[in-house]
Design a binder for this molecule. Structure first.
Ligand SMILES: [Zn+2]
Length: 280
């Protein structure tokens, strides 16, 4: 069962609410647009991996977008699958083109055919997550729970190459579609090796109770003043800003649409944006 569902990250939700209310002449318009596009790409990649992992939901306990704190430091896990013998941390990565893992130098490079760029080694990242979770669980007196890390490549067309130890890397990194069967195989192996059975639902609920919500004040960093945001109600049909209130309804003069509820999204934009700008 999925006991914690992924939703659109708050920083992205804020940018998506701000963009249509900002003038393209706003000084940081291009930056805001490209930051939102990068966040959206990451979020879409996570949803693609979720689609495959949900296959395990009827057997195990799944938490999506796990945000935890240990020893004063926050850490985030894309998905935690609590199975019968172990916990599996799955990190979704949305590289496109060809990626090369160098298991000796511990580096990752990506090539799009023209340019090569380097990235933080994702295996080090997930191993840190495992370390943090292990600490947190032992503080909660949940000890001796094996934790395994997996990296799910969200794009099926991404080519994965390895320099060094291909075999051990193939036990950690795979395309999203292969991850559920890797978990099932590992579970089978642990069962045969006589590992004790976990009460996965109970452990899942315990972790759920410790979860917080990730938010960074993504609006503040662009210096958006409340006066930069165009007020008004968007037409839910054609998207034009500035519906008019007529006889208890909202009317769009562009497409002649009437709506009784069009103001609700303007109210939620207000709570998301203006309140953040004034309050913090
Ligand atoms: Zn309209």
């Amino acid at each position: 069962m999925i006991i914690k569902k992924r939703r659109k990250p708050l920083p992205l939700e804020k940018l998506d609410a701000a963009i249509p209310r900002l003038s393209p002449q706003f000084h940081d318009w291009q930056n805001i647009k490209s930051d939102a596009a990068i966040m959206q790409k990451g979020y879409t990649g996570e949803l693609k991996v979720d689609y495959h992992l949900e296959y395990l939901a009827n057997q195990y306990t799944i938490l999506q977008d796990v945000y935890l704190k240990v020893n004063g430091k926050n850490f985030q896990i894309d998905s935690a699958i609590i199975a019968e013998h172990a916990i599996y941390l799955v990190d979704a990565k949305n590289y496109s083109g060809t990626i090369t893992f160098d298991t000796i130098l511990k580096q990752l490079t990506r090539s799009d055919g023209k340019m090569e760029s380097g990235y933080e080694y994702p295996i080090t990242q997930v191993e840190n997550q495992r370390f943090h979770l292990q600490n947190l669980l032992s503080q909660q007196h949940l000890t001796n729970i094996p934790i395994f890390c997996l990296i799910a490549i969200s794009e099926p067309s991404t080519v994965i190459k390895v320099i060094g130890d291909t075999e051990s890397l193939s036990k950690i990194v795979a395309h999203g579609a292969r991850v559920p069967s890797m978990i099932l195989e590992k579970e089978q192996q642990l069962k045969q090796e006589g590992y004790r059975k976990l009460s996965h639902r109970k452990i899942g609920n315990h972790i759920l109770n410790l979860c917080g919500t990730f938010d960074k004040n993504s609006i503040k960093q662009y210096n958006i003043k409340p006066t930069d945001l165009m007020p008004g109600v968007f037409c839910p049909e054609c998207g034009k800003l500035g519906m008019e209130r007529i006889y208890g309804s909202w009317h769009c003069d562009k497409c002649d649409n009437y709506s009784k509820t069009a103001h609700l999204s303007a109210l939620s934009d207000y709570l998301l944006l203006v309140k953040t700008l004034y309050d913090e």
